[in-house]
Design a binder for this molecule. Structure first.
Ligand SMILES: [Zn+2]
Length: 460
């Protein structure tokens, strides 16, 4: 999301607390769950494929959520040794409990913790089950909401995410700064099942299986994907268009009641943006890209293999399309802790806008807080205009810092280093140190990024 025009005084903080967690974090409740090591189930206990059931009241929608990532505690081959962290697992009890995690005290909280019944060795696979409900808000300018007038409901990050970053749990508090704050381990989406009234269209993520009509007037829609970080679903009175080019299929849903541009125009513009970005960063990391144009939403929110957009003019706002599609590489392919290191996806998405538009010579002075590109979102929470200062510093100054780093060295070598960073950290959650590693042969570029506060000072 890019929220230049956010009115900080009216933006509800609950919007940002919906999307962070360690073993979860829906804004809804109640949450129940349990975790158990795989292979230690008693006789007669059935292996379950689904980790929870999602109830969306007011939208006539009910769907299963995917299995949580099974690889959370696995070291990937070639990964550096894990750094020790302060947070260590507790080994007593096994009931899930919610915690504030920066959310107001009377709310369900943003963090669901599942203490293990017993200690498990690193690398052991766990099965986790969670049940919870999410109530959609009408007309929210956010990733979960519905429009009664348009008969469209949308859900993104509407269920718990496993926020393991490869070295520890992401436990950052939610903060009242508009923007994405997700950390999510990549996972195989074995099955996403959405059951909806048959008159509605449904979008999801990954590859759809043939829909199955049921006798009760509902239709079951199934989706699967080899690797994603999150899941989005949009249901309702939608016009759906599917178009393919260069191995990428774009599925666009717009409200059937009317949108500023038809779905066909959206599909073409998204494919064009993807082609331009592929010239710099390689093929789009997903075979399918699902795009939902939503009533009441003003901006864009990135997911892996999916994007939610407001009802904008896709040609007039091409920068927004480029920005959100760029997140398929920076956040989708290479994840990051968006609360702690937001520049690692937002500055790169802004940088991609510069590359694609040809405006790669930004000479303006910094517009945000000098030297603060790499600061976490909480740094901006106490500012007079948190949202605007955050965007100016992290997005705009961050994007320019990357452009300047590229111009300070051989641009081709810089591009190659960025592609190396993408390849080496594909489907992981990267840290600034990983970028330093990829740029190791370009110390002048690294110094530019250190000077702007994007990368930490040497030795830290
Ligand atoms: Zn963004």
């Amino acid at each position: 999301m890019r929220d230049d025009d956010a009115d900080d005084t009216t933006h509800d903080t609950h919007d940002t607390r919906a999307v962070r967690s360690d073993l979860a974090g829906p804004s809804g409740g109640p949450t129940r769950g349990r975790a158990r090591p795989r292979g230690r189930r008693g006789p007669g206990q059935r292996h379950r494929d689904r980790t929870g059931v999602l109830h969306a009241r007011g939208a006539g929608l009910r769907g299963g959520v995917p299995r949580l990532a099974q690889q959370a505690v696995h070291r990937r081959d070639g990964q550096r040794p894990h750094r020790p962290r302060r947070h260590r697992g507790r080994c007593r009890g096994h009931r899930a409990h919610g915690a504030g995690g920066g959310a107001p005290p009377d709310s369900p909280g943003t963090l669901v913790t599942l203490p293990l019944a017993e200690c498990t060795a690193a690398g052991q696979t766990l099965d986790v089950e969670l049940s919870f409900s999410v109530e959609l808000g009408e007309g929210t300018d956010e990733r979960i909401g519905y429009s009664a007038r348009e008969e469209v409901a949308w859900l993104g990050t509407a269920y718990p995410l496993l926020a393991w970053d490869g070295a520890g749990w992401a436990l950052d508090d939610a903060v009242p700064v508009p923007g994405e704050t997700t950390t999510s381990t990549a996972f195989e989406l074995a099955s996403l099942v959405v059951r909806a009234p048959s008159r509605f269209e449904v979008t999801g993520v990954g590859a759809p299986a043939p829909a199955v009509q049921r006798a009760d007037g509902t239709t079951e829609h199934r989706f699967s994907a080899p690797v994603v970080r999150d899941v989005t679903v949009t249901v309702g009175e939608l016009d759906l268009v599917r178009e393919s080019a260069d191995g990428l299929t774009v599925v666009v849903a717009v409200p059937a009641g009317g949108s500023r541009a038809p779905a066909t125009e959206w599909a073409q513009e998204v494919l064009d943006a993807a082609a331009d970005l592929s010239d710099h960063f390689g093929p789009v990391p997903y075979d399918e890209l699902w795009v939902s144009v939503l009533p009441g939403v003003t901006d864009g929110v990135e997911y892996s293999g999916a994007i939610q957009f407001g009802d904008v003019d896709p040609r007039g706002e091409r920068w927004l399309l480029v920005h959100e599609v760029a997140h398929q590489w920076f956040y989708g392919l290479v994840g990051n802790n968006q609360a702690r290191d937001p520049w690692m996806d937002e500055a790169f998405a802004n940088y991609a806008e510069h590359l694609v538009s040809g405006d790669d010579d930004p000479t303006e002075d910094a517009v945000g807080v000098p030297g603060a590109v790499g600061r976490p979102m909480e740094f901006f929470a106490d500012r007079r205009q948190p949202g605007r200062t955050y965007v100016d510093t992290v997005y705009l100054d961050g994007g320019r810092a990357l452009v300047q780093a590229r111009r300070a060295v051989d641009p081709d070598a810089f591009d190659e280093a960025v592609r190396r960073y993408l390849a080496e950290n594909a489907h992981a959650v990267a840290s600034p140190d990983d970028l330093v590693d990829a740029l190791a042969g370009l110390p002048v570029a690294v110094q530019v990024l250190r000077d702007r506060g994007a990368l930490p000072p040497e030795g830290r």
